[in-house]
Design a protein around this ligand. Sequence first.
Ligand code: PLP
Length: 371
Amino acid sequence: MSSARPFNFSAGPATMPLEVLLRAGSEIANWHDTGMGVMEMSHRGAAFGDILARTLADIRDVLAVPTHFHIVFMQGGGLAHNAIVPMNLLGKPRTAGTPKADFIVSGSWSHKSSVEAKRYADAHVAFSGKADGFTTVANANAWHLRSDTDYVHLCSNETIDGIEFHTLPDLAALGVDAPLVVDCSSHVASRPMEWHKIGVAFAGAQKNLGPAGVTLAFVREDLCDQAMSICPSAFEYKGVAANNSMFNTPPTNAIYMVGLVFEWLKAQGGLQAIEANNIAKAALLYDAIDASGLYSNHIDTPWRSRMNVPFKLANASLNDAFLAQAKDAGLLQLKGHKSVGGMRASIYNAMPLAGVQALVDFMHHFERTHA
Ligand SMILES: Cc1ncc(COP(=O)(O)O)c(C=O)c1O
């Protein structure tokens, strides 16, 4: 293991645990003496069958997924899910007329979801943080949810804006008898999931779970029978679940890599240990930002993301120097999303505390030399 490897703060595709990369590398041409790499095996064969079964079992175990949820591997990423969800949930609307979907717009990704859903539903924005520049989320009691909506969608960690739900709303307690759909792409497996509040959760793999190209979806069993007739078969939860994620050829190598990441998560001590590490990493970085005169993060403190930390320099003309010197110091991909500007440090599960410490040390040094 090379200590000279830089720390990579990309928002996704993102850094992977080095142990996982090395293991995949060692198995790339010959998985477990089969004489084949995973990319070369039939998805219907025994070897891939073992990989898939073990991966699903580890996901269920590590994330404590209840038995009444299907775990399915899908394709098309998070954005395809903005269509897959309405097509799967709106075939049997509760009231006559156009089906309804309510959205909590807390940042760029939930906004995109609400726009896409308009193709399938009467999509209603029950809360938008846009006027506040996506820096906070109002108390759930102030959201304008419709009691007869067919589902409510939120993004539990807004990757671009850096806003995280540290607890999910309880729709039943808010008087809404509809499933909650959660885009948890950028913080899945970083903390325990509140399954009792969730109907459907989905996550593109490329942040916390593995390489791009596979999406993990968790679907409550009773929601598997409500698809619209226009839903493509390859995107219908019911058929994909019934075929154990092999309705069509699944992204086998990406699934294998997700399996290695879950093995790694287990070896780290599971979700409790990983969450404790994530809390420590986020505290280290936010404390450094808050104590500084050069850096700032404007997210309302209770809503700050543990995974994606956007920050700005007081003098934006220093941005290029910051990025160039950070790169020289072995700190990669810190440039903020173009819609927000400034910097963003994504500190997913695979980012060690030492990486955040190296970033904080660099930020102190940069501030001292550019004050
Ligand atoms: C929270 C969230 N949702 C959805 C997406 C879109 O995912 P994809 O590019 O896999 O479609 C992203 C991508 O970064 C994301 O961060």
